[in-house]
Design a protein around this ligand. Sequence first.
Ligand SMILES: C[S@@+](CC[C@H](N)C(=O)[O-])C[C@H]1O[C@@H](n2cnc3c(N)ncnc32)[C@H](O)[C@@H]1O
Length: 316
Amino acid sequence: MQENYNFICSPQLRPVLNNLYLSKKSIIKSVELNIQEKRESIKIFDIGCSHGYNSNIQLNFFISIIRDEMKCNKLIEIIHADQEKNDFTKLFLHINNDLQSYLKKWDNIYYYSRGSSFMNQLVPDSSMDIIISFCTLHWGDENEPSLKNIRYKELKNGGSFISNLCAGKTDEQLQITEDCYRGAKDIFREMANEKILSHQEVYDMTLPLIFFRKSIIDRVLENMNEGFKRQAEKYVFLDWNQESREATTSKNNAIKYFVDSTLGYQGGYIKKEIKGDEKTVNKIYNQFYNRFIHKLESNPNFNISFDIIFLVLKKD
Ligand SMILES: C[S@@+](CC[C@H](N)C(=O)[O-])C[C@H]1O[C@@H](n2cnc3c(N)ncnc32)[C@H](O)[C@@H]1O
């Protein structure tokens, strides 16, 4: 059982890394404007940082454009945000100690963190040069992906907003994937029926995921024209079995890899809602974990795949 997202997040990273190049022009323009306007620092806002491993790699890409290609040694301030229940200690340990951390690679960089939902405005109006958010925004409101207004306010003029999120092209494909996630909540409901924990504890857990249908994303993008200008938009397909092949050799290993990766960042939130001392919490959680794996193993339709939209938007 893996409870650190940093050790099991490569399938989420690859579709980001493969497409970051799409944001390069936009980043350069945002930074050039920052330099031209003699702003005090370059501010980068990372929404949905989790425990930091993927964020650090993604940020290294952006910082390398600024430092190595643009030869700009200006002060860079990075704000990492996630839900208040996120284990920020894991993020701090990673950023402070990892040899590949942006802090170790470059000078004149400071970071801060913010624990609150991205459904809220998290930083002052017009304060950020670059906002990034990967594999996160599909957790938004069911009717309206929280792509637009809040992030628009937070960005400075000329700022770039780079994100990717799950956006299903076909209902059928999404349904199968969602059912796998929904299975987790069903197991907790079963356990509540068996009086292992209460229905309130289950209700409070941050599960399952909701994925936006393509029609919703299209509507949001269509309405975006007044503010954001779309610099790049690309749909990529992520087949979980394929992505996890390097780490797995069989269907059952792919299932375990999926469960560990999902619970790598959600496990901590789930545990926080279970009442009792550490021993009780771990016992209930372990029972859930084993049931979840068993449920997916006995599901002949197990198949996790996502259509992911990669977006580069610029505030004009
Ligand atoms: C799959 S992880 C993505 C981590 C990382 N950005 C990456 O690229 O791998 C999704 C993160 O989104 C966070 N998240 C989910 N809902 C959120 C919300 N409403 N506000 C802030 N963060 C949220 C979760 O806590 C989790 O850390």
